[in-house]
Design a protein around this ligand. Structure first.
Ligand SMILES: [Zn+2]
Length: 302
């Protein structure tokens, strides 16, 4: 990585999330750009292009939805589980600005797919579980939607519409062919009940405010989502410049992070009875643990 590339990252905001809202329309959103973080996650395994594309989309979604969490220590996990498809597991999570993810797939079956497979062609009979773990209250919200339709983004839109009754629009763009991996995305939601103490207003796809902002946001192009010449702030301004007020707030930088430390696995393994640990131990006295996110084996002395 060269210095000039680092400078460019800072200018255009790769590996960043921008929060925005259009108060008069009761709309809020997130814009995300992934660059080096995406490259790091994708390079942990030797994925074919189709799986890279899928994982890149999933990571953008993870960052967009994870960035809705406010309290430190809260986590967002998306997990696709399937039967009979070339991809049998996809999992990504977000916690405190750290993202990670991986995909388990059948190499030969993926190679036999065409260029733009549907979710059904990828996952067979599949479901997407979206889980919000809230640190402050220890609460867990989980919604499960079928993996149907054209994209993971559409499945997530369905999750918000069905499980949370929040009209949502999600757009994602992935560029893996250029000199660098880039991905960008935008999430827009209609939240008429966001004002505390006020009765929940009518929410729905047919609300005039939502119709208006979703048409504006829907006009975004795949090129704009990843265009390094356009900052995320400029992107939001371009979409909503006719509104009286648009608020933006840059959130913390995104990082690729994993929790596969020796201490973490020691604390888990120490809860097993000694005879079970003895069975797991190798000749060198350690227990090997495989982290699929990092594609590495840790040797845990326990
Ligand atoms: Zn790891």
């Amino acid at each position: 990585m060269t210095d000039s590339y680092l400078l460019r990252d800072n200018d255009t905001g790769f590996d960043r999330v921008l929060a925005f809202s259009v108060p008069a329309r009761h709309a809020r959103g997130r814009v995300v750009r992934l660059g080096p973080v995406l490259e790091t996650v994708l390079s942990a395994h030797d994925y074919p292009p189709l799986i890279k594309q899928l994982l890149a989309e999933a990571l953008v979604l993870t960052a967009l939805m994870g960035a809705l969490l406010k309290e430190k220590g809260s986590q967002l996990t998306i997990q696709a589980q399937s039967e009979g498809g070339p991809v049998d597991l996809l999992v990504c999570d977000y916690r405190d600005g750290e993202v990670r993810g991986y995909v388990r797939h059948d190499e030969a079956a993926v190679a036999a797919l065409g260029d733009y497979p549907t979710l059904e062609a990828l996952f067979g009979k599949g479901y997407l579980a979206i889980t919000f773990d809230l640190a402050a209250t220890d609460e867990r919200y989980q919604g499960v939607v079928p993996l149907e339709g054209a994209s993971l983004a559409q499945a997530c839109e369905n999750y918000f519409a069905q499980s949370e009754q929040i009209p949502s629009l999600i757009r994602i763009s992935v560029r893996l062919n250029g000199p660098r991996c880039m991905a960008g995305g935008m999430l827009l939601q209609h939240l008429p009940d966001s004002e505390e103490g006020k009765e929940r207003l009518h929410a729905g796809e047919d609300h005039p405010d939502w119709e208006h902002v979703s048409i504006m946001a829907g006009s975004i192009t795949p090129e704009e989502l990843v265009d390094p010449a356009l900052t995320m702030e400029e992107l939001v301004w371009r979409l909503f410049h006719e509104e009286k007020e648009v608020r933006v707030e840059p959130l913390a930088l995104l990082q690729r992070g994993c929790r596969c430390t020796v201490e973490h696995y020691q604390s888990i393994l120490s809860r097993f009875p000694e005879d079970q640990r003895a069975e797991m131990r190798d000749d060198d006295g350690t227990i090997p643990v495989d982290c699929a996110f990092c594609s590495k084996i840790l040797r845990i002395p326990v």
